[in-house]
Design a protein around this ligand. Sequence first.
Ligand code: NAD
Length: 321
Amino acid sequence: MSAPEIEVRTLGNTGLKVSCIGFGASPLGQVFGPVSVDDAISAVRVAFRGGINFFDTSPYYGATLSEKNLGKALKALNVPRNDYIVSTKCGRYKDGFDFSAERVTKSIEESLERLQLDYVDILQCHDIEFGSLDQIVNETIPALKKLKEAGKTRFIGITGLPLEIFTYVLDRVPAGSVDVILSYCHYGLNDSTLEELLPYLKSKGVGVISASPLAMGLLTESGPPEWHPASPELKNACRKVVAYCKEKGKSITKLALQFSLSNPTISTVLVGMNSVKQVEENIDAAAELATFGKDEKTLLEIDYILKPVKNQSWPSGIQQS
Ligand code: NAD
């Protein structure tokens, strides 16, 4: 049986051709439970062979474990470096946040060592709502531009939860300084508020990465991890949806992923994966979507259950002055 083809989309003005499903490597840092190095290597291998060419990590995930495991898994692929696209982040660490030029400049060297790479494709300031956005504009982005010039990263990005952080920064940096944004938990079944920002991001020529189509575990049968920040009301509504789908013999993860994948303005959807089984299921979901489209009827039913909590998010970061 030949492998299903995964759609490839262009990421903003970067010219990068990313698979529409990206491999979120935070689970390789064991943030959703234990994962062996062998399982990490197998999951990455099956993903790559199945057409996933984009891998996202951070020094924060599992206190550097995700970067180390991803590095081992990419090396084990034994393919030319430009066959895959890697993004990592800076500014958020196990012991807190530091977006200073000095720290992020040191950080990329540490990340490259753990990833066993000479450069990353994208370096992103991680969860900027926890820092001063003016520092991001005036100090961090200029430092990342120097790292770009030095060949440590090809492109620059910013990530975080509240959508207004993106407009704040993009309205203040020189055009072309920020190549991509990574938004999470804002383009899925329970929250699709990223949609409103897409025309603005397009007008700025900024590539869009949307993460957490399964709402960080809310839309899975095993449920969210202990640390999940959603309100009890939101968790409860998602539990109802999961139970409803199970009863109807439908896969909640498939429906959720297909919903997130179906907007072509979003270049890639990062799903956290920690096993070959999950990788295969998610690749099949993308292939099925391309052939048959979304299951509109079940999506409408889900929408009805989620109505009371639609677009409900949670606080993240420090109040900006
Ligand atoms: P997610 O919504 O992708 O959910 C991940 C969870 O779903 C994990 O427990 C995973 O094991 C499980 N899962 C995946 N496929 C499954 C399947 N087929 N069946 C059952 N369970 C399945 O959430 P996430 O991992 O937090 O987000 C994806 C990635 O996006 C992260 O790994 C990270 O790379 C990135 N991300 C970045 C930020 C940021 O920069 N601030 C925030 C969130 C996520």
